[in-house]
Design a protein around this ligand. Sequence first.
Ligand SMILES: Cc1ncc(C[n+]2csc(CCOP(=O)(O)OP(=O)(O)O)c2C)c(N)n1
Length: 278
Amino acid sequence: MSYHPESLIVELEEQARALRIDSLEMIYRREAGHPGGTLSCAEIVTTLLFHKMRLDPQRPDWPERDRFILSKGHASAILYVALARLGYFSPQDLARWGELDCHLQGHPDRLKTPGVEMTSGILGHGVAIGAGLALALRMDGLPARVYVLLGDGECQGGIVWEGAMVAAKYRLANLVAIVDDNGVQLDGPVHEIMPMEPLADKWRAFGWAVLEVDGHNVRQVLEALDMADAVHDRPTVIVAHTIKGKGVSFMENDAHWHGVAPDEAQYAQAMAELRREA
Ligand SMILES: Cc1ncc(C[n+]2csc(CCOP(=O)(O)OP(=O)(O)O)c2C)c(N)n1
């Protein structure tokens, strides 16, 4: 088992909190966005982009870089905040998110934004495209790995499982999917709309190595990503149990906050809670 010092865990926890704060500010100022599924994936995004992945923001096209695919593209705010903090572009650009002539569109566009590896927003495609990327990297003899973040509601899409089959057939050990398993989709609980349980067993049946973690526990996420490095004969999925709207009491586990921006008073309360002043 890999060892991660407590100082690293604390640093990543603080980074995740900062990503939540900055993302929610963007959603509030734009009066649009998806707070629920943005807040639920903060630790996952942080652990990957700020620690695990081999990236070089000065060279977004570096062939050996690891690839991060935000398949659940509606959580774009947190990806943009992370990329800006990593130095892919100026943090000042974040204020212009969604404007027509801004490189930061409502959903990620790989042709516009440095650091974005896949155009997303139409759900379902990340695993299939990630499989293609992982296969190409292997054929090119490159050591890079591909990480795909998708939602549990998104797993209802048939294309997810087509991609999963392909990845298993080609034994793509350089592909890791992380399911942000927050239990809530656009308009209600996943178990009511189209139950996905037993989700881990489904992935296992498709030939993937399966790990399950508390997706808000940075140490668990880190260790699972390290364990995925040690799987050499198939792709790995990490089912990360999370809370939609995590960190803002009135948003947690409530589908209402899937795609609605907070008003001024709600924003103030949310910020107080995220800054732990409440
Ligand atoms: C193919 C497709 N169908 C529908 C939508 C509309 N949509 C956007 S987000 C969403 C819910 C996704 O739920 P989940 O994957 O659980 O995301 P999370 O809870 O992590 O935000 C839907 C249906 C879409 N973007 N793409």
